[in-house]
Design a protein around this ligand. Structure first.
Ligand code: PHB
Length: 395
């Protein structure tokens, strides 16, 4: 027997975008159902990165998802760039009046899922969406539920917040892959290590050995990356070689410890060419992917969701579709800024395999231009703390 459900907004994907949208819609009295193929434990247990801009944190705190006490210790007032043997600090409050929060995505998700359950509307875990189709009364999500039976969710709207492997995208763009993209000839080798922090602030480093990033998870666990071949075998380097690679990038002594996770991350830039068709919208990584160097991914998901929330609220309040009609144009402005910023940070700090001496010298000069002038520092800091969201009627 097919399980049949009906809601106002069907949301594919229980990631940060889908859960935030469900939460904001509920506050406006709009029902939704969030589905995800994974279990709650899987979602909360997958350790991920995450820098959140202050306005994104405000949304989570002021709408009752996270508490001020929880987020305050995660505040970061700056980052360092290391290059040419020197360290340069970007002082965010001084340059922009704002800060960022190192609030890893899996921690954001724990708060979001707890808030959904507290508010009486748990996501449906173990529900695998297979496709989005036109039903007799609006779009429908069809797939298999947690007992392996078929399900159909009929809705006024469907939002695909189902990540870079989105199945909703096929309905919207006509293909899984259509859009604008750029690949990079490098990736990141990432480790999680049991050690105290090596630096109070994140270090982004460029050297002739490539890029290094020193980040943190908490007082006991650190996250570090070095630039690698995207096809590299994760087991092809020893711990000693990993430490040498990381240490080569930074001017201060790294605190070593037991490396308990290693992974190779491939990355690319992708912006899909259509974010809406009929009553189906895309948000978050289903709509775009950015390389992690600019720390923009999670924030872009928040931005899309604020635009989608605004358009859906307007529709249910007045029946007008005009904000739905401008959803793509509205969301695209920040998406493309973030696409540029992430591309710029990536190309400025990594060493292309074919880089010539000219390219290397030019790259160092570029870094000096952004660090030696206040205008340059402001430009980097403004992008890092993030641009205005625009759709601010989420309260
Ligand atoms: C991380 O902590 O994993 C991290 C931080 C900043 C980035 C990317 C990843 O830009």
């Amino acid at each position: 027997m097919t399980q049949k459900l009906r809601t106002q907004v069907g949301i594919v994907g229980s990631g940060p975008a889908g859960l935030l949208l469900a939460h904001l819609l509920q506050r406006a009295g709009i029902d939704s159902i969030v589905i995800d193929p994974r279990t709650r434990e899987d979602i909360e247990g997958t350790v991920k990165a995450g820098i959140l801009e202050s306005p994104a944190v405000e949304v989570l705190v002021e709408t009752g998802v996270s508490t001020r006490e929880r987020v305050e210790p995660m505040k970061h007032d700056g980052v360092e760039f290391h290059f040419d043997g020197q360290a340069h600090r970007f002082d965010f409050p001084k340059l922009t009046g704002k800060s960022v929060y190192l609030f890893p995505q899996h921690e954001v998700l724990k708060d979001q899922i707890a808030a959904r359950i507290r508010d009486g509307v748990s996501p449906l875990f173990g529900y695998t969406a297979e496709k989005v189709v036109d039903g007799p009364n609006g779009p429908m999500i069809v797939g298999k539920n947690d007992t392996g039976e078929a399900f159909e969710i009929e809705a006024d709207f469907v939002v695909g917040a189902d990540g870079s492997a989105s199945i909703t995208r096929e309905y919207v763009t006509g293909s899984k892959t259509s859009g604008f993209f750029r690949e990079y000839p490098f990736g990141w080798y990432g480790i999680l290590v049991e050690a105290p922090p090596s630096s109070e602030e994140l270090i982004y480093s460029r050297s002739d050995d490539g890029f290094v990033l020193i980040s943190t998870r908490d007082e006991h666990i650190q996250r570090m990356y070095f630039q690698c071949d995207p096809n590299m075998d994760v087991n092809s380097v020893s711990d000693e070689q990993i430490w040498d690679k990381l240490q080569a990038g930074v001017t201060s002594e790294l605190k070593r410890g037991n490396i308990f996770r290693k992974d190779v991350l491939k990355f690319r830039s992708y912006v899909h060419n259509s974010l809406r068709k009929n009553r189906v919208l895309l948000a978050g990584d289903a709509a775009h992917t950015v390389p992690p160097t600019g720390a923009k991914g999670l924030n872009l998901a928040v931005s899309d969701v604020l635009w989608a929330n605004r358009a859906l609220r307007e529709f249910y309040r007045t029946g007008s579709e005009h904000l739905l009609d401008s959803y793509q144009e509205d969301a695209y402005k920040r998406i493309w800024k973030a696409a540029h910023y992430s591309y710029m940070m990536t190309t400025m700090l990594h060493l292309a395999p074919e880089a010539s001496e000219f390219d290397k010298q030019r790259q160092i000069a570029e870094l000096y231009m952004y660090t030696q002038s206040e205008a340059g520092q402001k430009f980097i800091a403004e992008g890092y703390v993030g641009w205005e969201y625009g759709a601010d009627d989420w309260r």
